[in-house]
Design a protein around this ligand. Structure first.
Ligand SMILES: [Zn+2]
Length: 548
């Protein structure tokens, strides 16, 4: 490092205890936690399995050692989350009939499967006899954008087949909550459908079919159903694009023409011409899992009643049959999200050296991979009232590729917390931009979405994609390679070989932003008109974001 660079660093370092706290964050501390949390011993940290329980005990032990206080149930570090595991006994062959002819598609078989089936309603058996299939376009009802694929169509007792993604409500290629598969199932349930299949394409999903198919075994986890999250269908699932084309052909339909029509707000639900029969037993089990929650009490008698919350999910996918070409079937989830937990532990440790006026809550949440379940439970049962939580700083998949000259902010423009982010990033000599991959819809796939729905403004920052000493485009290449080769696959492992210097940069930013918000006279405010603003100003459940 040159003398000039050293001088610049010294000039950028904040004064006093905050600067000292920031300098406590080291790559070695992050690497140590990361190595343990992503170890094969933890068997992929599936909620309800011993490996994930081990992870939660580790997180609690670390927080205790740092001097934080427990904020879970009954004075413990653990907030129990009542998860239910639904295991559908999926048939290998699923039969579709049209005009007396039979089309058999396969619902099991890893990458070679045509379909993925799971339970939706919490029932003992899914039974469908000659149920008609309809194509429901994007499957979206979005009055604020003047869009309703269902209109007055009666899909009660029918199976809907829908496209992934959403029309360009907020610009070409920008994915909203409406573009997420979980939304599509909820909306199909609301319209009385008995089943829903999302058509998979790699561009519209953001990941290849194998990401879903390799670990599809008919089981998934859920919270008890609620009005906001109805579960009334006999099944939910996915269909490959190739199989959807064949299914449409069987009923004398052209999938491409149907999809083209669905691009218009005048689109109407179309019969697909075939019917489906299904008989599938479902077993349900209560499983034990928990959010791990600690607090660094604030130093100001009044402001300490409010808090900044940090979240990172500790769960991953567990283990399964080893996919072809892999050595084990353990989904270590090193980047996703042992990395976020490890980094958050380092932040929590450092924060104890500069306790701010407001309290700081550290929540390691469960069952993110099952549909943001742990964070939803936390948001609906917050340790302090949601209106007293100033912001949620979420860590999910950190930057393992070195220092950057820029910072990407998911949900940039949503609240005045942006101002704090910009100030800290500038002090690091980094520029700020929005989500570099808006088509992925990461905001709505992250735990901060759960907190935003109860009115807590999000902060999600990550360095990149412009890397120090790397050519333009290199960062985006790394990201695509991760999505295709490691994301949700057993190859997401840690061997001590990542460049965590960029993660340290981000962790310092995340800590400085948290301290900045926790020491500010006022809590951040939502940008007027933001989709979640009402969740903060209106009673629970009435806000648009709160009950969609
Ligand atoms: Zn994940």
């Amino acid at each position: 490092m040159t003398l000039l660079a050293l001088l610049l660093l010294a000039a950028a370092a904040p004064a006093g205890s905050e600067g000292a706290a920031l300098s406590r964050i080291t790559a070695a501390e992050i690497s140590g936690h990361l190595r343990f949390l992503s170890d094969d011993l933890l068997e992929g940290r599936r909620p309800g399995q011993p490996g994930d329980e081990l992870a939660t005990k580790y997180l609690a032990a670390q927080m205790e050692a740092f001097g934080l206080k427990p904020l879970g149930d009954n004075g413990t570090w653990f907030q129990a989350v009542p998860l239910i595991e639904l295991r559908a006994d999926v048939p290998r062959d699923v039969h579709f009939t049209a005009g007396g002819k039979d089309l058999t598609l396969h619902a099991l078989g890893g990458n070679a499967a045509d379909l993925i089936f799971e339970a939706n309603a919490h029932i003992d058996r899914a039974t469908l006899k000659d149920v008609p299939l309809v194509f429901a376009g994007y499957g979206i009802t979005a009055p604020e954008y003047g869009w309703d694929d269902y209109k007055d169509a009666d899909v009660k007792g029918k199976v809907v087949v829908v496209m992934n993604f959403n029309p360009p409500f907020k610009g070409q290629g920008v994915r909203l909550w409406y573009g997420r598969w979980d939304y599509k199932y909820i909306n199909a349930s609301r319209h009385g459908a008995v089943g829903a299949l999302v058509i998979h394409t790699t561009p519209s999903a953001g990941y290849p079919w194998q990401v879903l198919a390799n670990r599809a075994d008919g089981s998934h986890q859920d919270l008890p159903p609620s009005d906001a999250e109805p579960r009334t269908m006999q099944f939910q699932g996915w269909i490959t694009e190739a199989a959807a084309v064949r299914l449409a052909q069987q009923g004398q339909q052209d999938l491409d023409a149907l999809r083209k029509a669905a691009g218009s707000r005048d689109f109407r639900v179309q019969p697909l011409g075939s019917t489906l029969s299904l008989d599938m037993a479902i077993t349900r089990n209560q499983i034990r899992s928990a959010n791990v929650v600690g607090i660094l009490p604030g130093t100001d008698p009044r402001l300490s009643q409010e808090a900044v919350i940090y979240t990172a999910h500790h769960d991953h996918l567990g283990k399964g049959t080893p996919p072809p070409g892999t050595t084990d079937g353990i989904y270590n989830g090193a980047l996703d999200n042992a990395s976020g937990c490890a980094t958050l532990l380092a932040i929590a440790h450092a924060a104890t050296f500069a306790p701010p006026k407001r309290s700081v809550i550290f929540a390691f949440v469960t069952a993110e991979e099952q549909g943001l379940l742990g964070s939803r439970w936390l948001a609906e049962h917050p340790p302090i009232p949601a209106e007293r939580i100033a912001a949620d700083i979420n860590l999910d998949v950190v930057n393992p590729w070195g220092r950057t000259t820029d910072v990407g902010v998911l949900g940039l423009g949503k609240s005045s917390a942006d101002g704090v982010v910009r100030k800290v990033a500038a002090s690091q000599g980094r520029t700020v931009h929005g989500d570099p991959f808006p088509d992925r819809g990461l905001f709505y796939r992250s735990d901060m979405f759960s907190l935003a729905r109860v009115g807590v403004p999000p902060v999600s920052v990550k360095g990149g994609p412009s890397y120090v000493g790397r050519p333009q485009g290199w960062g985006a290449e790394q990201n695509v390679e991760y999505e295709h080769k490691r994301y949700h696959q057993p190859s997401d492992e840690y061997h001590g070989d990542w460049d965590l210097s960029g993660d340290v940069q981000d962790a310092q930013l995340q800590l400085a932003v948290g301290l900045g918000i926790a020491n500010a006279p006022q809590m951040p405010k939502w940008t007027p008109g933001d989709e979640f603003e009402k969740a903060r100003t209106q009673p629970r459940g009435e806000a648009a974001g709160g009950n969609r």
